[in-house]
Design a protein around this ligand. Structure first.
Ligand SMILES: C[S@@+](CC[C@H](N)C(=O)[O-])C[C@H]1O[C@@H](n2cnc3c(N)ncnc32)[C@H](O)[C@@H]1O
Length: 336
């Protein structure tokens, strides 16, 4: 279950929760037999093909984009000032390509005399390995800097299992948990996932969430579909294992507006099959490949309360014509 990665000046302990490996072939085959099925969102990241497509997609996001500028501002103005201690633990849930995490870690390390115990968590072993290897190759490696006075570990875990693996998380208080990139809102059941994560928090731990919020002027489903189509290869990743490519599918966004949360779902509509995969599926079949929730402030509070948490702070970005999306940065602790 444990192994280690070493590079000059860096040792990362890897932990893989063996035994509970998802059988992706069986999962996808069963799900593809159902018309209109919601595919397991882990299929967007955890298989080798999907993780490659995710890395390609995230590489298209410029560090100078408005989204990243807003993120940097939230880190500097909202998150880092709340992390005043010299020695602390960070549990980073769903690191993805590690870009946003490394930006955050650099800002924390820019404060004097910081000592960090850092755990990067993801369901995808490929993403974890890619992040560690890429960072170790970088002259400015942030993991190496953390390792100089603290520790680094990479944990392949499912969020739903977090409390069970408490003993492999860093335990030097205070602990800050991060769930960035609207990841919670993409889970099949956001409430269940948050409740499982909350179950791993101690009384003094702080959870930072980055969540998409409802915009004052939301895009129409047609406009959303156009935007998603720019990344058809990523959204069709669950079908890539069957030999389908971006050319074999069309993407359509559907929106359901609720009182406290809007639900955008991204659907792959399969065109007549031209690839050669291990299994063929009916043309015109419709697979829901991702759910994107957009919460109101009251919706966030409701979600937190049902998980036994309470909000401490909220920093919301200002929408603009160029970037109508509103991101909310939330800090929360266990309800006292
Ligand atoms: C939307 S990406 C966000 C990546 C990164 N935090 C960012 O902000 O760019 C979601 C990440 O969470 C991971 N993930 C999704 N569901 C998970 C689960 N149930 N358990 C562990 N990791 C999960 C994915 O593999 C992916 O790396």
């Amino acid at each position: 279950m444990f192994s280690s990665f070493t590079a000059p000046g860096l040792t990362v302990t890897f932990f893989d929760y063996g035994g509970l490996r998802i059988n992706y072939d069986a999962t996808i085959t069963a799900q593809l037999r159902e018309h209109g099925a919601l595919l397991d969102p882990r299929l967007l990241y955890a298989t080798p093909i999907a993780s490659r497509l995710w890395l390609r997609r995230s590489a298209r996001i410029s560090p100078h984009s408005r989204l990243m500028r807003e993120y940097r501002r939230a880190v500097a103005d909202f998150m880092v000032p709340l992390m005043g201690e010299r020695t602390l633990s960070i549990v980073d849930l769903g690191v993805g390509d590690f870009q946003r995490s490394s930006l955050l870690l650099r800002q924390v390390l820019a404060q004097p005399e910081r000592r960090l115990h850092y755990a990067m968590v993801d369901i995808s072993e490929h993403l974890l390995h890619a992040a560690v290897v890429r960072d170790a190759d970088d002259e400015q490696s942030v993991l190496r800097r953390i390792g100089e006075s603290g520790s680094v570990r990479a944990l392949r875990l499912d969020f739903l299992e977090l409390a069970r693996w408490q003993h492999v998380l860093p335990d030097v208080p205070p602990r800050y948990f991060f769930l960035l990139g609207n990841t919670l809102a993409n889970e099949v059941d956001d409430q269940q996932t948050l409740t499982c994560i909350a179950g791993a928090l101690n009384q003094d731990d702080v959870l930072f969430l980055e969540l998409q919020m409802r915009e004052p002027a939301p895009l129409t489903p047609e406009q959303l579909s156009e935007r998603f189509r720019e990344n058809t290869d990523f959204y069709s990743a669950p079908l890539a294992g069957l030999g389908y490519t971006a050319d074999d599918v069309d993407l359509v966004a559907r929106v359901i507006s609720g009182e406290h949360c809007d639900l955008v779902s991204v659907h792959c509509i399969v065109r007549p099959f031209r690839g050669r995969g291990p299994m063929s599926i009916d043309a015109e079949n419709d697979y829901k490949v991702m759910t994107i929730r957009k919460y109101t402030e009251a919706g966030i509070d409701q979600l937190l309360a049902a998980a036994g948490l309470e909000r401490v702070g909220l920093h919301a970005t200002e929408p603009s014509d160029a970037m109508p999306i509103v991101m909310g940065y939330v800090s929360a602790t266990r309800r006292r």
